[in-house]
Design a protein around this ligand. Structure first.
Ligand code: NAD
Ligand code: IPM
Ligand code: MN
Length: 369
């Protein structure tokens, strides 16, 4: 069995705490003979800035390029509020996404049965919820030029961010959404603001044409992003696959996370284009951030991080069985009433980050026995 090369980037805040729990799962899968891994470690975000003066070093970028998958926990925090914009912690994450060409960000919002009462919505609205948000990740307002602040004198400045999308970018993310939908409930909701944005207008035109040309068997609907934000909390189970741009995808996925019980539940996969051998560059990371308010306390929820490892098993390591086992282990521990403090509900007491990691490994052991 050849070893999969994983670059582990724990980052900042709760990053190292949740990363350690994912490593426990990696170790266990290795020992159990499920897969063989070679782990390398690097620095990203504030942790990289403190050592190298940049949000990710060239050396770590090279490791990321060479890895079969990058597993990143979280970056950012108030400690780095004053650092120059170009080297702020988030710049490391954005460079990884851009330089690795990770245009497709898959953010599954699944409400595990045991958490149907932990959501901020009523049980009947979220029980059985399974939405896949497909967020475009290397374009849009995150990367469009110009992006600048100009001094106008007299104490006035002008800040500009630019939303840019080209046909090929919309087509390739649309394709990812349609392909995923075919393996799920065969429905895609494409979201933009075609009513006020040129990029939204083009988005709708391109998705409509792609659908007609190649995916007429999939149900397609268009929904303005503001309306989608509302529908997500009104009747979320109407959605199967949602495809949207970089910024709307960022916001809508945090909203969707809360439907599942906690922001600490949502994993993600960021994928590049397949090469001639069908291999894709990939990074896996929770949707949440570095949670500075609880960092260092040992109470963070490691499930999004461990779930991201599960997505790596599915999308990079061709091991859906291990991915299913990780999902089942998460579901299993939640079913036993185990909760970290972020998950609201009727659990008698919350457990620590480490206890949650240990419980998931123990559950996995039973599942894979
Ligand atoms: P956040 O996601 O870090 O936290 C929002 C809230 O959710 C906080 O109350 C936090 O305690 C809670 N939370 C998040 N993840 C949790 C977990 N696993 N377990 C328990 N509770 C959890 O968002 P924020 O506070 O707006 O941002 C903090 C920093 O994180 C910022 O610097 C931001 O740029 C960065 N950030 C990084 C990433 C990333 O690395 N992928 C993603 C989002 C935000
Ligand atoms: C996310 C985060 C990032 C984003 C930040 C930290 C750059 O919020 O991964 O959702 O905005 O994409
Ligand atoms: Mn976000």
């Amino acid at each position: 069995m050849s070893a999969y090369k994983i670059l582990l980037l724990p980052g900042d805040g709760i990053g190292p705490e949740i990363s350690a729990e994912a490593e426990k799962v990696i170790d266990f899968l290795g020992r159990a003979g499920v897969a063989s891994f070679e782990i390398e470690r690097g620095l990203v975000g504030g942790a990289a800035y403190d050592v190298h003066g940049v949000a990710i070093s060239e050396g770590d970028m090279a490791l990321a390029q060479a890895a079969d998958a990058v597993l990143l926990a979280a970056v950012g925090g108030p400690k780095w509020d004053g650092v120059p914009y170009d080297v702020r912690p988030e710049a490391g994450l954005l460079r990884l996404r851009k330089d690795l060409g990770l245009f497709a960000n898959l953010r599954p919002a699944i409400c595990y049965p045991a958490l149907a009462d932990a959501s901020s919505l009523k049980r009947e609205l979220v029980d059985g919820l399974d939405i896949m948000i497909v967020r475009e990740l290397t374009g849009g307002v995150y990367f469009g030029e110009p992006k600048e602040i100009t001094d106008l004198g007299d104490g006035q400045k002008r800040a500009v961010d630019t939303q840019v999308y080209e046909t090929y970018e919309i087509e390739r993310i649309g394709r990812v959404a349609f392909e995923l939908a075919r393996k799920r409930r065969n429905k895609v909701t494409s979201s933009e603001k075609a009513n006020v944005m040129k990029s939204g207008y083009l988005w709708r035109e391109v998705v409509t044409a792609l659908h007609k040309r190649e995916y007429a068997d999939v149900q397609l609907e268009h929904m303005l992003a503001d309306a989608l934000a509302m529908q997500l909390v009104r009747w979320p189970k109407q959605f199967d696959v949602v495809v949207t741009d970089n910024l709307f995808g960022d916001m809508l996925s945090d909203e969707a996370a809360m439907l599942t019980g906690s922001l600490g539940m949502l994993p993600s996969a960021s994928l590049g284009a397949a090469d001639a051998n069908g291999k894709r560059k990939a990074m896996y990371e929770p949707c949440h951030g570095s949670a500075p308010d609880i960092a260092g306390k040992g109470v963070a929820n490691p499930i999004a991080m461990i779930g991201s490892l599960g997505m790596a098993m599915r999308y990079s390591f061709d091991n859906p069985k291990a991915a299913d086992a990780i999902d089942a282990a998460i579901s299993g521990v939640l079913g036993k009433g185990l909760r970290t403090a972020d998950i609201k509900g009727d659990a008698p007491a919350s457990i620590s980050t480490r206890e949650m990691g240990d419980a998931i490994v123990a559950e996995l052991k039973t599942i894979l026995a």
